[in-house]
Design a protein. Sequence first.
Length: 423
Amino acid sequence: MAAIIAFIIIFGILVVVHEFGHFYMAKRAGILVREFSIGMGPKLFATRKNGTTYTIRWLPLGGYVRMAGMADDESEIEPGTQATLLLDEQGIVQKINTSSKVTTLNGVPFQIAKTDLQKALWLEGYESGDESELKRYSVDHDATIIEADGTEVQIAPVDVQFQSASLINRMLTNFAGPFNNFILAIVAFALFAFLNGGVPQNKAIIGTVMPNSAAQKAGLKPNDHIVKVAGQKVTTFTDFSQIITKYPNHAVSLQISRATKMKTLQVTPKAVKTDGQKQKVGQLGVTAALNQHVGAKLQYGFTQAWTNASQIFKILGSFLTGGFSLNKLAGPVGMYSMTTQFASQGFTMLVYFLAFLSINLGIMNLIPIPALDGGKLVINVIEALRGKPISPEKEGIVTLVGVGIMVVLMVLVTWNDIQRFFF
């Protein structure tokens, strides 16, 4: 249960932070954000402010932003729809209620025949069931629609739609989601360093000694400086660890410096079997010393984000040089399995995992596949080179192809994850 809750919270934070990036830049660019939702599925709670409807939905997985004019913002009113119109004193429509779940007092019963809620702003139909007279009403620029599920959102005239914003503002809006994930990763890595008590140093200095470990039995103590292992001089904790792994259940000599005095200790590393290895390796039960300076902890946020990003780019590059492999990817099932492992190590490691996933999500969203933010940015670049936008029809086809690719890839990755982690 703890792992499930951790997975929901982590996944929710990643998506909401990503979507908030799009939301913030869209608002700055004058693009109407019709809805900002936390969660998916049926509506639980809704409130409106400054033209945006903020909703919380029942399924606590992710969220979304509905920007006016985007492909995922379908809100056309079908001919024959029964509605209730709320008019102002001049007879201009302020609200169009198409939901049977919401009652609009003092409204006009209306069967809608035709609408133009983007340019001319009007609707036509039959009032109070009288089909002998077709009536037309003007619609206010900031009028709202109560949709079938009871959610009230603002109509989307052309001047506040996504495509009406300048090219640079549209590019910034598309990039803002991944950018927010990069910021979250930096903050979370820095937070991990603070929660962890410092940043691991790759120096041959002991940080902590685990109780009842081989190191404690041999007399090793925190701040001991390792000089030689089995006669070999070492300068980094990595060198020290690699040599120790070669001596499972075999005594090995350590030359250490403790308070300016040299000592020689005999240790017998415990034989353990680690994941992915067939043979047992030696383990002492020590960790590297930590750099506890505030500056080092803050810097860790940037350096670790860059380190993880570099590793991701290497993996993506291996698809081109070493061939495509589903084992290099992970979907929701893989994420859940990894969440379970990190959750068992405590809250601090969950923070690290959040940062790791955030940098992954940011980079993967920038892959130039239609339907992803990277694909949208490519379309923006093509528009800049052509000097005019791609036609909505062609862009819709390209996006549909991208969605198809993503759906097929997600199915394959999910099935591969199920086989890897559960069979």
